[in-house]
Write a protein that binds this ligand. Sequence first.
Ligand SMILES: Nc1ncnc2c1ncn2[C@@H]1O[C@H](COP(=O)(O)OP(=O)(O)OP(=O)(O)O)[C@@H](O)[C@H]1O
Length: 669
Amino acid sequence: MYLNITQKKIIKYSHGPCLVLAGAGSGKTRVVISKIIYLINVCKVKSENIVAITFTNKSAQEMQLQLIKHFKNCNNKIKVNISTFHSFGLRIIKSELFHLNLKANFSLLNQEDKLFLLKTFTKSVFKKNNDLLLKLSSKISYWKNKLIDPLNAKLKSITNLDKTFAMYYDLYQFHLNNFNKLDLDDLIFIPTLLLKNNASARLRWQKKVDYLLVDEYQDTNVIQYNLIKMLNPKNFTLVGDDDQSIYSWRGAEPKNLLFLKIDYPHLKIFKLEQNYRSSGRILKASNKLIANNLHIYKKSLITQLKYGSKIKILQNINEEYEAKNIAKEIVSHYKKFNTQFSDYAVLYRSNQQSKILESIFIKNHIPYNINNRTQFLKFFEIKILMNYLKFILNPNDNFYFLKVINVPGRKIGISTIKKLKSWAIKNNISLYKTCYNDNLEKILSKNKVKSLKKFIKWIKESIVLSDVQPMQIISHIIKNINYKNWLKESSKDLVEFKKNVKNISIFVNLINELLIGNSQHPQMTLSEIVSYLTLYEDVNVNRRSHLKGVFLMTLHASKGLEFPFVFIAGLEEGILPHYSSISQNNIEEERRLMYVGMTRAKKELTLTFANKRSNYGLTTLSKYSRFLLELPQEDLVWINQKNNFNSNILLNNSINRIKFLKKMLKLSK
Ligand SMILES: Nc1ncnc2c1ncn2[C@@H]1O[C@H](COP(=O)(O)OP(=O)(O)OP(=O)(O)O)[C@@H](O)[C@H]1O
């Protein structure tokens, strides 16, 4: 791997704390991988004592693959722990169960299940107020991310609403502890608290980490920073770019870059300022845009690549034409330059924007890969199988008992469940254990008891099977619950049913592949697989290198990737910058998001917007994004420029706005 002078210096700086301020496309990933190789080969650090933390599972896997490739002829097995903060936390939890008072078969709640659980606690008070429910869920996350437990949350709450939230936090936490359950925030909250309060555990983990590397350091939040501090590594490399910090809504604090200097006075700072990705023009425009933000550290990115063609700004009548014009541009460019469809990416602010793009791409037979969060594991036919797996692994978890007991139907109605629940509460046992009781016939009819006994007998067999022959477990569930028949009956049509069956077979293969292990994943146990899949719900069943179509994805998801030709759609006020950030005066974060999107492009960049956009059935006029005016105008080519300027100037005062509306109406007749 070729490295420039600064990259080499960073790699060789192996003793002491080190911060790398790396601009977009300046080779962060290359530096992190080369440094791990250097630490193992030259500094003789044991690979198992190197911890590398990345922000996404995807980049952890990519790094892992590159290391495996590099060390493929090496006699000793390389065991570098490359993971996200969450999976690193999970690793600590799994090896500290005793000190945490947890059982090995704990279940992990995903975001959706967390909301479902909170809903059951709050429904009599919140009624159907979904907003309150979401606020409660994020408040609990906020507290956990600030290392605040329920007791302290109660003490710190001043408003009545916060006091109510703190009371539910307590109830929620009691439920999690009682049923041997964790939520996703716990994966960092629990290990950080443990390392803070338990000196022997802290020492154990400090000894395990000889060298720590953290990629995308700008996106760490307070608790993640605390976890790093607890590990107290003497030697570390943190790599970050404050211009690419796009997770403030998850509590990311680019300020952590500043705290570092205070906490580690001997911190050595390097800057990577040579961009190897984008044309000179794209880089110049990106630099000019981001210069409008305040900066903690000054960086000036340069490139030696060609200046390249002008950045196109496409103005469109509405979002349908925006999608059509993007499709048209891609197809004509593809034909003219004999490229691959996978050379193109269309990026957007929110997933909602993808629908129209997808429908136009389908109509025009343009292959595409969509990367949104409603991925594979969120399909209902897969969620049901996941619920069964979670229940089989932790049968005393009432939550999953209730999720599976009547799917498919076993004729166990609400009144039976109510009776079971009150028996369980009275005897302080789980619903599963309640079903074992020989006196159930005192409260339930013979038929119900028979049905419940049959169910738990089958669950018991499944628990054994999951232990001795995990490869068989999914097929066993599918067969025994007559799943395919049930799906056939509940599907809208045959096409939907076939899709369900196909997804199930992909899921079976995925589980089996993870059980055996492959080049991307080490071999995992069933319980590890379930945690892994809960943690990374957006796990992609396809590898990027195998994908042939145009990439459609959000700007957030595009982080860390690069494409020869990039389109950014929806450059309108209210979309990018998003209206929520405008109202919270957080334009800088939106600008960083735009910067991330622009710097994904290697050769060409096209920015698009629509003059009108429909949202939830309402069509409104839009004004193009302020970011377009922050770019160097001499490097842009506005298509339909005349119209575009007219429309936006007109929009600036209400009388002209009405005239404009009339004009638009005439045009659309
Ligand atoms: N020294 C180098 N010489 C040539 N190419 C390089 C060098 N270092 C990195 N690159 C190339 O530059 C591109 C960007 O590298 P990389 O993806 O590691 O950047 P990054 O800093 O992680 O970018 P970003 O933060 O924007 O995602 C890659 O195509 C990589 O192969």
